[in-house]
Design a binder for this molecule. Structure first.
Ligand SMILES: Nc1ncnc2c1ncn2[C@@H]1O[C@H](COP(=O)(O)OP(=O)(O)OP(=O)(O)O)[C@@H](O)[C@H]1O
Ligand SMILES: [Mg+2]
Length: 236
């Protein structure tokens, strides 16, 4: 382990201790439960003490470079819309931001085998949501099943977790740290090379759809998925 690794471990340990269930932040929120699957959770469900309402609080992962929380906030503001998680407040001094909690929504990673035929129906909405961010000048940067929420009541989808979002055209070369999800990121993104490009998100979506090859979907769904794959291929 080199000194940088040790610094990261120390930071992760201190972050683990600084956010725990029951902790009050800024005299405004009480942490209710961790939402992330990571050992050091960066997303927590919290209660706004004054109103009793639930919100999601997000902070930067250990090792994140200075300014990355502000960048996430900027991305959320620029990409505002029906298919994007709503940003509420930024607390730069305390190092977190709050976003709307959607109690009736589940991430697409939780789709059961019986629900998998719903995916091709939701897919056009996901394409539209991602395109919407691109038109606003940003890539989401971490498109994957745990970062797309599905509201069962309205059948709406919402992109969440803009922690890896980047302005289109920004070079990764000068970034001190960046995020890439294994299995969903191109070699260049994983290596921190090149510039942020819409094809980074389309690449992730292609990977996601290809993973569905392993599950049983109806002929109709397969047809729709193949058509989408064809279109995505033209965007690379
Ligand atoms: N606004 C929200 N409304 C409802 N559920 C949410 C919301 N934000 C996050 N979640 C839930 O918490 C999970 C993790 O959230 P998020 O992706 O923001 O954190 P993360 O640190 O990237 O964690 P992970 O690595 O597990 O994705 C989501 O997959 C989803 O189940
Ligand atoms: Mg996530």
């Amino acid at each position: 382990m080199n000194s940088n690794d040790l610094k990261m471990v120390a930071e992760a340990l201190s972050m683990q201790q600084s956010w725990q269930v029951g902790k009050v932040l800024d005299r405004k929120y009480e942490l209710t439960r961790p939402l992330s699957s990571k050992p050091v959770a960066n997303a927590y469900l919290a209660t706004e003490i004054e109103t009793g309402e639930s919100v999601v609080l997000r902070r930067c992962p250990p090792g994140a470079e200075r300014g990355s929380l502000e960048r996430e906030w900027e991305a959320l503001e620029a990409c505002k819309g029906d298919s994007v998680q709503e940003a509420l407040s930024l607390y730069p001094a305390s190092g977190f931001l709050s976003v709307m909690f959607y109690p009736n929504a589940t991430p697409l990673i939780d789709l059961s085998p019986e629900q998998v035929d719903a995916f091709p129906i939701l897919l056009p909405k996901i394409l539209k949501a991602v395109s919407h961010c691109h038109k606003a000048g940003w890539i989401h940067g971490d498109i994957k099943p745990s970062n797309v929420l599905w509201d069962h009541d309205t059948n709406a989808i919402r992109l969440i977790d803009f922690g890896a979002a980047m302005p289109i055209g920004l070079s990764r070369k000068h970034l001190g740290s960046w995020h890439a999800s294994v299995g969903f990121s191109s070699e260049a993104q994983t290596a921190g090379e090149g510039t942020a490009h819409p094809s980074d998100d389309w690449f992730a979506l292609i990977r996601w759809i290809r993973q569905l090859d392993k599950v049983d979907v109806s002929e109709m769904s397969r047809h729709n998925l193949n058509r989408t794959l064809e279109w995505l291929g033209t965007q690379m």
